[in-house]
Ligand binder design. Structure first.
Ligand SMILES: O=C(O)c1cc2cc(O)c(O)cc2[nH]1
Length: 513
């Protein structure tokens, strides 16, 4: 969440997080790369428009008006420069001056060659065990951030992949209201609102960027899992990909997969909620996964169908009031999976993204834990591909993305929690190939026809066939008539000659000639 350079008492007290690009000149002399025109230190802009009625504890949560509870000054970068000290490039740009355009292709995981699969799995594992070079996480709420002695900032190092897990946890955590009080649950900065698609898009971009830097490969792209193929099995759960099922425990991953060795972060939610602590970088038990194994909930023993994706892409309105998990005719609520695939809200339904999570039936099905299962990455790249196709089809029509009264964290101009430097939902509401430097190698299913449409098409086809038959018959009659008319005079002539000259010996042809 914050650059290591800003996790200090001085930085927190001043509210300024504008690290140097060239620290060698001496601390504070090249904030945001100002000496080379990369950027400058400015006041943070926050969204102060009203939020929706779900959140009723204003003033009690560090994530309100993100990120000003921690910092109110940040780097603003010029041109294509980007990052916490303007030392990197905006997505889609690379090179020392960020002037080279790039396009990263996100491919279907199942289309990768044996060698590409091996490299991807290894890259994920490397991210799991490599300390994030730039970012540290807060392990206490703001009021306890200076530590028990008031002089020990409560931040920790975390690995690149675990930072991805932790960011998701931090965005969904409940609001702590004090010891002995129930934490408040109706708060979620990344789900059940319009920011669902924008937040998860940035979350993936950040992991992809961190992995590109780790691999020193600016072309590295995250693959996707098409979870809507019409099968109801986890086709990526093999040992060369996300890990097969263990032979010894149905809810564990096979020991032939490196993911059986992964340990999960943020398991102790009861502690966080009752003590007001925050998940830290301590790992716990293994990933649990039992695809299609939730016998108590048969509805989630299946995966979405290709048809569901096609239907969802026909919902042309981005979001509808109350911009929450009960919105109807909302593309966002449909792709998130609280509405049926055609957009109708139904509290009993789980579809698309939600259904894919619940199908996994384990770590990947619980919001505070789900990114611990690496399938999360692939499930969300596919969800993002659907969002990008929607943006393309409807020309990124942002008119129904609310500026205000969305659930807290979801207004258009809100800075997404807990990312740094601040980035708004608005900034992710753009087509990816043109604006963010990546695209999906994917073909979208056509929609199957509804009964009424089939009847209409059958009637129209029948009418066309009848018209063709009539036209053909008319043509034949006319052709015959023309032919008859062409031959008629000759025959009449002939008859005349024949009858005139007939002497009972010469043949009719002879007489005609
Ligand atoms: O119950 C749901 O609909 C549900 C579970 C779940 C898990 C997860 O990680 C998500 O990101 C969303 C989600 N929805």
């Amino acid at each position: 969440q914050f650059p290591r350079q800003c996790a200090t008492i001085e930085s927190l007290r001043s509210g300024k997080c504008c690290p140097d690009y060239f620290p060698v000149f001496g601390p504070g002399t090249d904030q945001c790369g100002v000496s080379t025109g990369r950027g400058r230190c400015v006041q943070v802009t926050v969204d102060s428009r009203p939020h929706g009625p779900q959140y009723i504890h204003d003033g009690r949560d560090d994530r309100e008006q993100w990120p000003v509870r921690f910092f109110n000054q940040t780097c603003r970068c010029n041109g294509n420069f980007s990052g916490y000290n303007c030392g990197s490039c905006r997505p889609g740009w690379t090179g020392p001056t960020c002037s080279q355009q790039i396009n990263i292709v996100r491919r279907n995981l199942l289309d990768l060659s044996t060698e590409e699969r091996r490299r991807f799995v290894n890259a994920l594992h490397q991210a799991k065990v490599t300390i994030h070079p730039d970012i540290v996480i807060a392990t206490r709420r703001r009021e306890e951030i200076f530590g028990p002695d008031g002089n020990t900032p409560q931040f920790e190092n975390i690995s690149i992949y675990n930072y991805f897990v932790w960011s998701h946890y931090y965005s969904v955590r409940k609001t702590f209201l004090g010891a002995g009080q129930q934490s408040f649950e109706r708060v979620d900065f990344s789900h059940e609102g319009p920011a669902f698609v924008t937040w998860h898009r940035y979350h993936l971009l950040q992991l992809e960027r961190d992995m590109q830097n780790m691999l020193q490969d600016p072309t590295f792209g995250l693959p996707y899992w098409n979870f809507a193929t019409g099968q109801n099995t986890c086709d990526i759960c093999s040992d060369d990909l996300m890990g097969a099922r263990s032979n010894f425990d149905v809810s564990l991953i096979s020991q032939n997969s490196i993911f059986s060795q992964w340990r999960v972060l943020c398991e102790s939610i009861e502690d966080y909620d009752s003590l007001g602590t925050i998940c830290n970088s301590t790992e716990g038990g293994p990933i649990r996964r039992n695809p299609a194994g939730n016998v108590a909930r048969p509805m989630v023993q299946r995966l979405p169908q290709p048809e569901d994706v096609a239907l969802c892409l026909e919902v042309g309105i981005f979001d509808t009031p109350p911009f929450y998990s009960n919105s109807t005719d909302s593309f966002r609520n449909t792709v998130e999976g609280y509405s049926d695939p055609s957009g109708k809200y139904d509290p009993a339904v789980r579809s698309l993204h939600n259904l894919a999570h619940l199908f996994l039936n384990g770590t990947g099905g619980q919001t505070h834990l789900s990114p611990n299962d690496p399938i999360f990455v692939l499930l969300h790249t596919f969800t993002d591909a659907v969002f990008d196709e929607w943006l393309r089809r409807y020309s990124a029509d942002i008119s129904t993305y609310p500026l205000e009264n969305a659930p807290i964290g979801h207004n258009r101009e809100y800075n997404m929690v807990p990312f740094w430097p601040p980035v708004t939902n608005n900034e992710m509401f753009v087509t990816a190939p043109e604006n963010l430097g990546y695209s999906y190698d994917i073909e979208w299913p056509g929609r199957a026809l509804r009964v009424t449409e089939m009847i209409t098409i059958a009637i129209v086809t029948a009418l066309i066939l009848v018209a063709i038959v009539f036209a053909a018959a008319a043509c034949i009659v006319r052709a015959k008539k023309n032919r008859d008319e062409l031959h008629q005079p000759l025959l009449t002539d002939q008859y005349q000659h024949y009858s005139d000259d007939y002497d009972g010996i010469s043949t009719p042809s002879q007489s005609v000639v």
